[in-house]
Design a protein around this ligand. Structure first.
Ligand SMILES: NC(=O)c1ccc[n+]([C@@H]2O[C@H](COP(=O)([O-])OP(=O)(O)OC[C@H]3O[C@@H](n4cnc5c(N)ncnc54)[C@H](OP(=O)(O)O)[C@@H]3O)[C@@H](O)[C@H]2O)c1
Length: 347
């Protein structure tokens, strides 16, 4: 860290996404003069790798930051993001709390970076399954327009948080050792050796989960087409990390699989892995740990003359959350939208 640069707060620094944001800020050389780790009262005083001591959120402790990266859940963002913004910091928030707010840009670095400039102190990072899909859709949208999407997701348990990862491991271990499992805590049913058509939760009277509604509404907002027709089914599968998605893309103009492959191969942040005869296609176990969005199984939908089928896989904790948040911070810096104001003087 240099003496010149930005004072950066990472809120939720002990969590899966927060831990990654801390390491990405360092690895990618983000110009920070100081990084301060915040988490819940439970973790205050804990030492993180790199020697950072976790602090608690208070009116005093949040003063003097230029940038705050949040990944501490919707309730914490609801309360503390506006408070950070009121001190003059720019907030980049990973939770769903502010994403659909009209005054809050919802930004993916490769897709709609120009939306950043319209912020009023809070910028939202999209939901992980939306993020990886729109990175792959952007070059196809520009070439041929998009009329309709039919999406099925196969989402990893890390997307639910650390407790869900532990639950999958505990259940798998118990079942492999022919022991009874504990009653499910995170999900409605056993996740080990199962597939749950219930990623997210159902609001009363609602037949889509909130995860499915996020995928629909956030995609429309990011792609700037509020009437885009989208059908979504989000499924939780016993994968530790890395979301996979089968996406049927109906374009407005004709687009061949060959041209789509060419466009995707040239798109920033996308890697095409598409040689099914050689068993080459994206897999969650390979995408995990990478910042890229992987696309394969690119083929013509035999059921529609202007539709293609794609298989899109990415690390939900990295490009689906932490990496994009840090990329947005880098864009703010590169575009002169972030100001280093210096630490507050101590009275
Ligand atoms: N996981 C994903 O794939 C993904 C993708 C996109 C967005 N997100 C979003 O990112 C956020 C974090 O996800 P995660 O997977 O990193 O969860 P996680 O591993 O469960 O971590 C949650 C973090 O929030 C902190 N926290 C909880 N309550 C707090 C409070 N009252 N005040 C301050 N900090 C508090 C926790 O601190 P303690 O350790 O002290 O409890 C921890 O640092 C969520 O909003 C999630 O929706 C996650």
């Amino acid at each position: 860290m240099s003496s010149e640069g930005y004072r950066v707060a990472v809120v939720g620094a002990t969590g899966q996404v927060g831990t990654l944001m801390l390491s990405l800020l360092r690895e990618r050389g983000f110009p920070a003069s100081e990084i301060v780790a915040f988490a819940s009262e439970r973790s205050v005083g804990r030492e993180l790798p790199g020697g950072l001591l976790v602090r608690g959120l208070s009116e005093e402790s949040i003063q003097g930051f230029d940038l705050a990266l949040f990944s501490a859940g919707g309730a914490t963002s609801g309360e503390w993001a506006p408070r950070f913004a009121a001190t003059g910091a720019i907030v980049i928030d990973n939770s769903s709390r502010w994403r659909m707010n009209e005054d809050v840009p919802l930004v993916v670095s490769e897709v709609n970076p120009d939306a950043l400039a319209a912020h009023h102190g809070i910028i939202a990072n999209p939901n992980c399954s939306t993020m990886q899909m729109v990175v792959a859709l952007k070059p196809l949208l520009e070439e041929a327009g998009i009329e309709r999407l039919v999406i099925s997701t196969y989402q990893a348990v890390s997307g639910t948080g650390r407790a869900a990862v532990d639950e999958l491991l505990d259940q798998s271990h118990a079942l492999l050792h022919e022991r009874a499992i504990e009653p499910p805590g995170t999900y409605a049913h056993q996740i080990a050796f199962n597939a749950l058509p219930h990623a997210g939760s159902f609001a009363p009277g609602e037949d889509h989960t909130d995860e499915e509604l996020k995928l629909i509404n956030e995609t429309r907002k990011i792609l700037g087409d509020p009437s885009l027709r989208i059908s979504a089914t989000c499924v939780r599968v016993p994968v530790l990390n890395g979301h996979s998605e089968a996406v049927n893309v109906q374009t407005r103009r004709d687009l061949s699989p060959e041209r789509a492959r060419e466009l995707l191969a040239a798109a920033p942040g996308v890697t095409v892995l598409d040689d099914p005869a050689a068993a080459l296609y994206p897999l969650a176990i390979h995408a995990s740990g990478s910042d890229e969005v992987f696309v394969g199984r690119i083929r013509r939908d035999p059921g529609h003359e202007r539709a293609l089928d794609l298989w899109i896989v990415a690390d939900n904790l990295r490009k689906g959350a932490a990496t994009n948040a840090v990329q947005l911070a880098e864009l703010l810096h590169e575009r002169g939208l972030l100001q280093a104001r210096g630490a507050p003087s101590v009275a």
